[in-house]
Design a protein around this ligand. Structure first.
Ligand code: SF4
Ligand code: SF4
Length: 459
């Protein structure tokens, strides 16, 4: 299937006063006001930007900041979409394209233990029924956070990798035309199988279906969408699910970028649920509308294809510093995408924080057994670090590319042996190699530019 470039007009140019507040109050860049005005003017006029297009972490906050609801975030996405058609996607993005050779899911399969592989395959080969729980591409990477839970008994869990989380992570990079095609494919899959209710594991997928596809892309879904966290909360409040145990962790909560969509649709549901488990919440300095990205979003505003991973981890380091400053025992995320990045960062920065997905707290409170020592998580973090490192090396000699193949075929998924990957993973079992790898990463990480530094630069 070939993807065509569309004209996107998602920003309200008429209503914009070019005041610059959106980028001045941006929690990630906090540009000095004069620079912020220059940037919004450049973006509106279709000129290259000096800062926003190359430092934005795609966090959604500017949509909440704009007093006129102009949607500056969508303006950034439009400009990134144009850049994509000019220069392509960075080579390392191949690993998050489930239809391309050597993607992260295909590579992880050779590193996964057998019992986990069986569970994941069951979800992948499941027939779609009227009510499905979308496990999703991200949760697939840490499948044990939900695998074997009684929460899965209420729905048919399905793992449709070529539904690309309904385009959620590509949307954040501005790949708007690709996302629209993904939306059409998802809709057609659900319709042709008679799916009536979809319960996404990821809030972002709900937002994609309910808002982005239907309002921005004219792809209207017929299915009813149920928010999983809200569904659990209701079940607890009705007494259908009963917490057996009160947890006594002090936790700090990471608000993901999609949680800011639609004015903070998902902040409180996650907090209410976590409070009910008994955990004490200690908030970070930046939360909700001001929350800082886990780091992942830095990949959207790439300039140098070989620096992307370092930019991402620099963002993750800043997040960890803020989380550790709270004195909490654990950082909790309610997004599976942030989970895998936070875990990779946790291992690379040797943090003492535990990292939980909120669903793991729920399961513990329900009396289910989970890997409380987090050995599986740590092992998976190193699986992922190995896959990313493999792609860093491979990406050095590759050029940017276009995302053309959106649908899965058995042929594309055929199992390779990945001998070099397995050798790398074997090396990463050594604590000495882990130690050296951490040192190299620490040395290469760029520093994030703070507001004071912008001002000192006199820009
Ligand atoms: S998008 Fe909104 S906040 Fe940004 S410059 Fe325009 S009016 Fe001001
Ligand atoms: S999306 Fe976030 S990082 Fe990007 S400009 Fe808007 S507020 Fe700043």
């Amino acid at each position: 299937m070939s993807v065509k470039q569309n004209q996107w007009n998602l920003f309200d140019t008429e209503a914009c006063t070019r005041c610059g507040e959106c980028f001045h109050k941006c929690p990630e860049m906090s540009l000095p006001l004069e620079i912020a005005k220059q940037e919004i003017n450049a973006l509106i006029d279709g000129q290259d930007s000096k800062h926003v297009l190359y430092h934005c972490t795609t966090c959604f906050s500017c949509n909440l900041i704009c007093p006129h609801d102009c949607k500056p975030y969508e303006l950034i996405l439009q400009r990134w979409n144009e850049l994509y058609w000019k220069r392509g996607a960075p080579p390392i993005y191949r690993f998050v394209c489930p239809t391309m050779e050597s993607n992260i899911w295909q590579m992880l399969e050779v590193l996964m233990p057998e019992d986990e592989k069986v569970e994941v395959q069951k979800w992948m080969n499941q027939d779609l029924k009227e009510e499905v729980l979308l496990i999703g591409n991200y949760t697939h990477l840490f499948s044990f956070i939900i695998g074997n839970s009684k929460l899965l008994d209420y729905f048919t869990p399905v793992d449709l990798l070529d539904q690309w989380e309904c385009g959620a992570y590509l949307y954040q990079g501005g790949y708007l035309d690709v996302v629209k095609e993904i939306g059409k494919n998802c809709k057609s899959t659900f319709d042709s199988h008679g799916v009536k209710t979809v319960v996404p594991f990821l809030d972002a997928v709900q937002y994609m279906i309910d808002t982005i596809h239907s309002k921005e892309m004219d792809v209207k879904f017929n299915q009813k969408i149920i928010n999983f966290n809200k569904w659990i909360l209701d079940k607890i409040e009705n007494g259908d699910l009963i917490f057996q145990k009160k947890l006594d962790f002090k936790v700090t909560i990471h608000d993901n970028c999609y949680s800011k969509a639609d004015g903070g649709l998902y902040w409180n549901t996650a907090r209410d649920l976590i409070k009910k488990t008994g955990c004490e919440i200690i908030e970070m300095e930046h939360i909700k509308e001001n929350a800082l990205c886990c780091g992942f979003g830095a990949g959207a505003s790439w300039k140098n294809k070989n620096r992307i991973v370092f930019d991402i981890l620099a963002g993750a380091k800043r997040k960890y510093e803020e989380a550790e400053a709270t004195g909490a025992d654990a950082i909790v995320t309610y997004c599976g995408g942030c989970l895998y990045l936070l875990w990779a960062a946790n291992e690379l920065f040797s943090s003492n924080l535990k990292v939980f997905h909120s669903i793991e707290l729920v399961r513990m409170a329900l009396g289910e057994k989970i890997d409380i020592n987090q050995k599986m998580h740590k092992k998976r973090a190193w699986d992922i670090i190995t896959i990313i490192s493999y792609h860093i090396f491979k990406g050095l000699s590759k050029d940017p590319f276009r995302i053309e193949d959106l649908e899965f075929t058995e042929e594309k998924w055929k199992q390779k042996k990945f001998r070099f990957l397995r050798f790398m993973r074997w090396c990463f079992r050594s604590r000495v190699i882990q130690f050296l790898f951490r040192k190299i990463f620490g040395f290469l990480l760029p520093r994030m530019k703070t507001k004071r530094e912008w001002e000192n630069d006199g820009e």
